[in-house]
Design a protein around this ligand. Structure first.
Ligand SMILES: [Zn+2]
Length: 506
């Protein structure tokens, strides 16, 4: 199902349970948008509570993650989250009272756009990642979206118009999520007579945009990014529009770049110190990676390879490293591990120093070539070099399994599952390791946990049933299965109750 249809489905659910999403301000603390940060008046009487906002965001993410256009790529997620969370930490007060854990992700889409979902989930289109020429430009877009979250614009948009939930919900989901290119005709027809009203409400207000710019610039300044990147990038988006006549890029549709807005940004920049930001090589490597993943098919690889070849003409070391890295990834996709290895060696030579995406691709190539000892050795070295990388950490489990060290893999994954309780992939790998050991009860128990994390409670309960019937289910396993079944059933009951309550409200 394309992302837009998923959003429509999610929207339908939300509309049903809509009214319960809003809670009166009296019942909660005042909206604190972070000390020292500007506030949008104080006239809103209602807004979405942080907990509800997060739940709403998680619900949308659950659907988005199933979408083939969701870039479920560990190195890309690793980079975006390191980068995005560095921005957040530059000005920690943007977390505000809601104190959301920000999560950044990419969507496979050539158009230039980025969007904030409820609850601190920030998405960026692959097209925008490719259009950004340096980290300051990418930072300017992400910092602006962080600004929308920090100022709780979504919560206010949803809460402030309780009497007519259709419009704000639709505009949120249309404007922030589905703004793929042009106004969504299909959505308008779904909404019947509301269609026109929705189109008028597609965007955040101008005040909200200005406020997000302001917070964004504060983040850029605190993080020592070149703030002129913001104007440069937005300006280039506009030029691109004129040159290609493709219509207004989606990002500028949802974030109109008025003369007033530019003047406002420029005035603020003048008050700030100039920072020269040294770009991390990971930015260029991940951009090359995204170029390959954006059209992940034989024709797309050939097109991407042509672009990399032109980028090899006398350029900086970093650009050469990124182009060679992209070509290595394409060779791996085409099944030529030997060529991938030699291109990666060239990328490493050009890069002068190691970087997470290079190390990660190195292990991937060894695994694909079935060189399991080398894969394990490299993966262990990568863990030493990048101890905080989730990508490298999960690769290590793959390397252990591939090398036949299953007992060690199980021990390692059990530790990982304690560290990263929200990571379904750890449970999936654990299930795979148990399957290799022939431990059926534990395999299905791990699968149950992976479904539970993804929010598919019925599937999780099914897996528990299978685990219970497994011939090797010990007495101890049975008691764990019983306990988990009770918990998940209670959780499911609670979910059903909430949906029902939502439907019964006027
Ligand atoms: Zn905006």
């Amino acid at each position: 199902m394309p992302i837009r249809s998923r959003i429509r489905a999610a929207l339908a659910t939300l509309l049903i349970s809509g009214p319960m999403l809003v809670q009166p301000l009296a019942a909660q603390s005042l909206p604190n948008v972070g000390a020292g940060l500007p506030n949008l008046g104080g006239t809103e009487r209602e807004e979405l509570s942080p907990a509800m906002e997060r739940r709403l965001g998680e619900q949308i993410m659950r659907d988005l993650r199933q979408d083939p256009d969701y870039l479920d790529d560990a190195p890309t997620l690793e980079y975006l989250n390191n980068f995005g969370n560095t921005l957040v930490s530059a000005r920690p007060e943007v977390r505000g009272d809601a104190s959301f854990d920000f999560f950044f992700f990419a969507v496979r889409d050539g158009s230039l756009n980025a969007f904030a979902l409820p609850g601190g989930f920030i998405g960026v289109h692959s097209g925008l990642l490719l259009a950004a020429q340096n980290e300051s430009e990418l930072a300017s877009v992400l910092a602006h979206e962080i600004g929308h979250v920090a100022q709780r614009h979504i919560a206010r948009m949803l809460g402030a118009q309780r009497q007519d939930m259709l419009v704000p919900l639709a505009s949120l989901l249309l404007g922030a999520l589905a703004a793929r290119s042009s106004p969504d005709v299909a959505m308008a027809s779904v909404m019947g007579g509301q269609g026109l009203a929705i189109q008028r409400q597609l965007n955040f207000s101008r005040d909200a945009e200005r406020e997000a710019d302001r917070v964004g610039l504060q983040i850029l300044d605190a993080g020592a990014y070149d703030t002129s990147g913001m104007v440069a990038f937005f300006g280039r988006l506009q030029t691109a529009t004129r040159n290609y006549g493709e219509g207004i890029p989606a990002y500028l549709q949802s974030h109109p770049l008025t003369t007033e807005r530019i003047a406002d940004i420029q005035a603020r920049i003048r008050q700030q110190r100039y920072h020269q930001h040294a770009d991390n090589i990971d930015f260029y490597l991940i951009r090359a990676r995204v170029r390959v993943l954006q059209n992940d098919n034989p024709q797309g690889w050939r097109d991407a390879a042509k672009i990399f070849e032109t980028e090899l003409a006398p350029k900086t070391r970093v650009q050469t490293a990124a182009a060679k890295y992209g070509l290595a990834l394409i060779a791996l996709r085409q099944g030529d591990a030997a060529r991938a290895q030699s291109l990666l060696d060239e990328a490493r030579a050009a890069a002068l120093k190691d970087a997470e995406p290079l190390a990660s691709l190195g292990v991937e190539i060894r695994l694909a070539a079935n060189q399991t000892d080398a894969a394990l050795k490299q993966s262990a070295a990568a863990r030493e070099a990048f101890p905080l990388s989730r990508d490298i950490a999960s690769q290590y489990a793959d390397a252990l399994i591939a090398a036949g060290k299953i007992d060690e893999a199980v021990r390692y994954l059990r530790d990982q599952s304690q560290l990263y309780r929200e990571d379904a992939r750890v449970q999936q790998r654990l299930a795979k390791a148990y399957a290799t050991q022939g431990k059926q009860a534990l395999q299905h128990l791990a699968l149950a946990e992976s479904y539970a994390i993804k929010g598919s409670l019925p599937a999780a309960l099914d897996q528990l049933q299978i685990a219970r019937r497994a011939p090797d289910a010990s007495f101890y396993d049975q008691s764990i299965i019983d306990a988990r079944e009770r918990e998940l059933k209670a959780q499911r009951l609670e979910e059903m109750k909430q949906n029902k309550e939502g439907k019964n409200k006027p």
